[in-house]
Design a protein around this ligand. Structure first.
Ligand code: PMP
Length: 422
């Protein structure tokens, strides 16, 4: 079947033909068949340089030979036992040695599960009901994560999805990333009832936005002052900027951390972990329930071990420099074309916003011209460059991207930006 036929069939099977909403776009989303290194290929065999990397996990590029080999070996010796395996211990040790604050952990099957359990654990440990999240912070698709800011500044959130009960949103306070005063205001009013603050340390789900000044340090201080827990959601940032967490780069210790994506090398995984005294509250040692048939499964952990063992010996400057060179080239192109854009780069993550003002939080991010970005996406696609199909996602660099990819990408951006300039 060609793309159109496949998509037609898919639409009879899945709402709008997809199994996760951002994958849908008009007229027909690209249907990928395989990928090698930095390239992915659609069912008509068109080649694209991939800057989505499956929304982050594929940091080594696609079909890495060593990772594939390790997965195949596992397939040949059984893929699920529903009991403790050696792989889990190995992967757990690699992660604990690399991430300062993770003393104990539990594997899950997705980032969504990881944050859901971490939030329940924070509530169970503190005996408090309220949580604080940032407007525009994404922590997966469970009820407590699908809350956005309501009107006014000091406010409980409102559900950002139908089907989330108002009672749930009444337990979620929404603060502004990079605005410590918004958090202080919440703590002044509700501090003794706040179980935790959960935040991505670098926002990666509204495009990419880095922390300003001492924002994260102040979050650490204020949570300590009120005996609330600080949860860093490092599902994207874990092992993305260096062979450790972002927390280790900036020297801030959260109480709990969530991870996913890269630690599974492209196979389904999640993790929550942190202080031993908190993690011991998890069942069966404690009374906070958490479980999963596929948690810590042999395939995902094999892929994770293989990926992290390779990453351990990589020089992250390579991908970080690639992103900064691409960012600089995009600055030059857009300034020559007199286009109003903001280019945010954080290590090996990058996003271009069609916006006159600097993008520092959710509110500035959503004031960007998402339609223009969509036009850019379409033009880039025609030129063999695949970036995530939304203004509010982030482009990622892998170790498989080459100098020649960079040159081709800059050429393609030049043409694409020229053709969408109004
Ligand atoms: N947290 C963050 C920061 C994420 O970026 C994501 C997914 N993009 C999640 C949680 C949810 O992870 P998953 O899609 O594996 O459920």
């Amino acid at each position: 079947m060609n793309s159109e036929e496949l998509f037609k069939e898919a639409q009879t099977l899945f709402p709008m033909g997809v199994n996760s909403p951002v994958r849908y776009y008009k007229p027909v989303p690209v249907i990928f068949k395989h990928g090698y290194g930095s390239k992915i290929y659609d069912v008509e065999n068109h080649e694209y340089i991939d800057y989505s990397l499956a929304f982050g996990p594929m940091i080594l590029g696609h079909a890495n030979k060593t990772v594939a080999e390790k997965i195949k070996n596992q397939v040949d010796s059984g893929i699920l036992f529903g009991s403790l395996t050696e792989n889990e211990v190995k992967l757990g040790e690699i992660i604990r040695n690399a991430v300062g604050s993770i003393k104990m952990m539990r594997f899950t099957n997705s980032g969504t599960e990881a944050t859901m359990h971490a939030i329940r654990l924070a509530r169970g440990f503190t005996g408090r009901k309220l949580i604080v999240k940032m407007e525009g912070g994404y922590h997966g698709a469970h009820d407590y994560a699908l809350i956005k800011s309501g009107s006014g500044n000091i406010t409980f959130g409102v559900p950002s999805s139908a089907g989330v009960p108002e009672e749930v949103s009444k337990t979620v306070l929404v603060g502004q990333y990079n605005d410590i005063e918004s958090i202080e205001t919440l703590f002044k009013q509700y501090g003794n009832d706040i179980a935790c603050v959960i935040t991505e340390p670098v926002l990666g789900n509204i495009g990419v936005v880095s922390p300003k000044n001492d924002f994260l340090k102040s979050l650490r201080e204020i949570t300590e002052k009120y005996s609330s827990l600080l949860i860093f959601d490092e599902v994207i940032t874990g092992f993305r900027f260096a062979f450790k967490g972002y927390q280790d780069i900036i020297g801030i210790k959260p109480d709990l951390t969530t991870m996913g994506k890269i630690i599974g090398g492209g196979a389904p995984i999640g993790l929550f972990g942190g202080r031993e005294d908190i993690m011991e509250k998890i069942s069966p040692s404690g009374d906070v329930y958490e479980a999963g048939t596929f948690s810590g499964n042999p395939l995902s952990t094999a892929a994770g071990i293989a990926t992290l063992e390779i990453l351990r010996n990589k020089d992250y400057n390579y991908i970080n420099n690639y992103a900064s060179m691409l960012g600089k080239a995009l600055e030059e192109i857009t300034s020559e074309l007199h286009m109003d854009v903001q280019i945010n780069v954080a290590y090996s993550m990058l996003q271009m916003f069609f916006n006159k003002t600097p993008v520092v939080d959710y509110r500035t991010a959503i004031s960007s011209d998402a339609n223009k970005f969509r036009r850019l996406f379409m033009e880039l696609l025609k030129l063999g460059i695949y970036v995530p199909p939304s203004q509010f996602e982030t482009q990622f660099i892998s170790f498989a991207h080459t100098d020649s990819d960079l040159n081709k990408t800059v050429d393609a951006y030049t043409k694409a930006l020229e053709s969408i300039r109004d």
